[in-house]
Design a protein around this ligand. Structure first.
Ligand SMILES: O=C(O)c1ccccc1NCC(=O)[C@H](O)[C@H](O)COP(=O)(O)O
Length: 198
C-alpha cells in the first residue's frame, strides 16, 4: 500500500513522515492554509531521502506558473488538482518528473490512469484538502486500474475500512493527520501509515 502524507509544513513533519515509512510527502505550493513558499518547500524536500517522493501540490494556477513553482521548490513530482486540461499536463511534463492528476469522481471523470499523461491518478473529495469523505459506491462502475490513490477524509480510524471497500493502489491524507487546520499531529501521522498498511 503506497502512502502519501500531504500538506507538510515543517522539518519535524517531514522527519516524522520519513521515519513512519511514508512513500511520498506533499507540500502545497498554492493558496491554502497549508501553503508553503517555494523557498520553504526547497528546504523541506532537501531533507528527504531519495526513495521518498516529494510532491508539489497545486490548484488553480496556470501551467507555466506550475512549472516555475516546481523548479523553484525542487520537488520530485507535481500533483495537479482540479480542472487542468490534458494540454496543461503536456506543458508541465517539460519538468520531466512524475505527475499526479487529482480529481473528484463524477460520471464524466476519465478514470484511466495515464489518460492525461499522468503517472498516478488521485481520486479525492470535491474540495481538495477539506477532510470530507465521499461516497465510495461511485467507484462501483468506474474503478481505476493501476497506480491510483484514494483520498478525501481519510484518517487512522477509517483508512483500513476505506481501503477494503475501494481497493486502491495507495492512499493520501492531509486533514486526518492534523490537530488543527494546517498543523500536523505526528502521532496521527504514524498511526495513519500503520493503519493504511495494516
Ligand atoms: O490541502 C490543501 O489545502 C490543498 C489545497 C489545494 C490543493 C490541494 C490541497 N490538498 C490536497 C490534499 O491534501 C490531498 O491530496 C487530499 O485532498 C486529501 O485531503 P484530506 O481530505 O484533507 O485528507
Amino acid at each position: 500500500m503506497y502512502v502519501k502524507l500531504c500538506g507538510l509544513r515543517t522539518a519535524a513533519d517531514v522527519a516524522t513522515a520519513v521515519d513512519a515509512g511514508a512513500d511520498a510527502i506533499g507540500v502545497v505550493l498554492t493558496a491554502s492554509p497549508r501553503q508553503v513558499s517555494p523557498e520553504t518547500a526547497r528546504a523541506l524536500v532537501r531533507e528527504v531521502p531519495s526513495d521518498v517522493l516529494t510532491v508539489g501540490v497545486v490548484l488553480g494556477v496556470p501551467a507555466d506558473e506550475v512549472v516555475r513553482l516546481a523548479r523553484e521548490s525542487g520537488v520530485g513530482a507535481v500533483q495537479l488538482h482540479g480542472a487542468y486540461p490534458e494540454s496543461a499536463f503536456r506543458e508541465v511534463a517539460v519538468l520531466g518528473v512524475p505527475l499526479i492528476r487529482a480529481v473528484g469522481l463524477t460520471p464524466e471523470t476519465d478514470v484511466r490512469v495515464g489518460a492525461f499523461g499522468e503517472d498516478m491518478l488521485l481520486l479525492d473529495s470535491p474540495v481538495a484538502g477539506s477532510g470530507h469523505r465521499w461516497d465510495l459506491s461511485a467507484l462501483d462502475g468506474a474503478r481505476p486500474e493501476g497506480k491510483w490513490l484514494l483520498a478525501g477524509g481519510l484518517g487512522p480510524d477509517n483508512v483500513a475500512e476505506a481501503v477494503a471497500r475501494a481497493r486502491p493502489w495507495g492512499v493520501d491524507v492531509s486533514s486526518g493527520i492534523e490537530s488543527s487546520r494546517g498543523v500536523k499531529d505526528h502521532g496521527l501521522m504514524r498511526a495513519f501509515v500503520a493503519a493504511a498498511r495494516g
